[in-house]
Ligand binder design. Sequence first.
Ligand SMILES: Cc1cc2nc3c(=O)[nH]c(=O)nc-3n(C[C@H](O)[C@H](O)[C@H](O)COP(=O)(O)OP(=O)(O)OC[C@H]3O[C@@H](n4cnc5c(N)ncnc54)[C@H](O)[C@@H]3O)c2cc1C
Length: 379
Amino acid sequence: MSHDVIVIGLGGMGSAAAYHLACRGARVLGLDRLRPPHDRGSSHGRSRIIRRAYMEGPAYVPLLRRAYELWDEIEAQTGRTLLRITGGLMLGPEDSQAVAGSVASAREHGLDHELLDAAGIRRRFPPLRPDDATMGVFEPLAGVLDPEAAVSAYLQAAVSAGAEVRTGEVVESWESHGDGYRVKTRGGAFEAGALVLAPGPWAPDLLGDVGRSLVPTREVMHWLAPTGSLDPFLPGRFPVFIWEPAEGAVFYGFPALDGAQGGVKAAIHHGGGPTDAESVPRQVTDADVRAMRLCLSRWVPELDGRHLAGAVCLYTNTPDHHFLLGKHPEADGVALVAGLSGHGFKFASVVGEILTDLALTGATAMPIGPFDPGRQMGG
Ligand SMILES: Cc1cc2nc3c(=O)[nH]c(=O)nc-3n(C[C@H](O)[C@H](O)[C@H](O)COP(=O)(O)OP(=O)(O)OC[C@H]3O[C@@H](n4cnc5c(N)ncnc54)[C@H](O)[C@@H]3O)c2cc1C
C-alpha cells in the first residue's frame, strides 16, 4: 500500500491531522475538493475565539489545555503568529450557560477567571451596555486564532514533514479493501491502511449513518465601523466576548484586530437556518444585517455603525451540539471528526493529534469518551 493514512478534508481539522501524522513518520496523503484555506467551508473569516473556561462543559477542558500547547508548537515550528491573547468576557444572567457554564469549568479545573457585576463590566469595557442583572466572567487567557493562517501553516508544515497533498480531489466514497481502505475520487482511487475523515460541513455526504443526524447551518459574520472612536475597541482595551442576554440567544464579537480598516467583527451564534455546503446562499442579505443590528443596538450601541463587510460560513451541528470525535462506529481503521457545532476551531491543534493517535494506534490517551461518534443523542 502506497500510503499509511489518507486524510479526507484539509480544513481546520484535516490540515492539523496531516501535520501530526507526517511528524510521526506516517506516509500521509491529504485530499481536498478545494484548495484550503478557502471560504466555502467553516474555517475562514480571519478570527476564531479560543478560551478554556468552557461554558459547553468541563469535559472539553483537558483537550483545551493540550490545544494551547500545540498552538504554541505550530507557531514555533512555522514562525507564524496564529494566536493572540486578548482576554475574553462571557456575559449573561447569573444562571445562563455563558456565565454559570464558564464558572463551573473554571472552578472544576482551577482556571484563572474573574467575576464582574454590571457596573464592573461597564467600567472596564465602556462599549458594552449590560443591564443590571448581567454578570461577566473574564478569562485572561482567552484570545483569537487566525483560521486561514492556521490552515496554511499546518499544510505547509505537513508538506515539509513529508505529507503529500492533492487539492481539487473530490472524494466520492470510501470502503474497506483488503487490510485497509480504498478511497474513490472523481478522478481515480487511492488506498491506505487507515483513514481520517474531516469533511466539515460536507460530512453528511461522507460519514454514512453517523452523518445522518448532522445539520449544516448558514451563519453570517459582520464587520462594522463604530459610530464613535475605535480606541475603546482596540486589543488590550477590548476583549473577545460572548453574550447570552436571553436563553438560547447568543452573539459574540472581537476587538478591532486590524485597526480602522478592518472594523469590529460580530456575529450571532446559531443565528442561521439549515442548509448544505453546496447550495447555501453565499450572499449576505439586508435581513442578515438587520438581525445583527437589532442585537448590537441594544447591547453594544456604538457598534451599530457602518456595515463594512459580511461573509457566510457554515456550522455543522449535532443534536446535542457536542462534537463527534473518535473511531467510526462501523469501520475500525477510520478516525473521524465532525459536528463541531460552531465551536470547533480552537481545538484543531489537539484534534489533529487525537486523529493521529487513533489512525496510527487505534487509541488515544486524551479523554474523548463523551464525543464518541456512536453515542445515542436525543433530537
Ligand atoms: C461564523 C463562524 C464562526 C465560528 N467561530 C468559532 C470560534 O470563535 N471559535 C471556535 O473554536 N470555532 C468557531 N467556529 C467553528 C469552527 O470554525 C469550525 O468548527 C471549524 O472551522 C471546522 O473545521 P473543519 O476542518 O471541520 O471544516 P472545514 O475547515 O470546512 O474543512 C473541511 C474540508 O473538507 C473538504 N472536503 C469536504 N468534503 C470533501 C470531499 N468529498 N472530498 C474532498 N474534500 C472534501 C472541504 O473542501 C474543506 O476544505 C466558527 C464557525 C463559523 C462558521
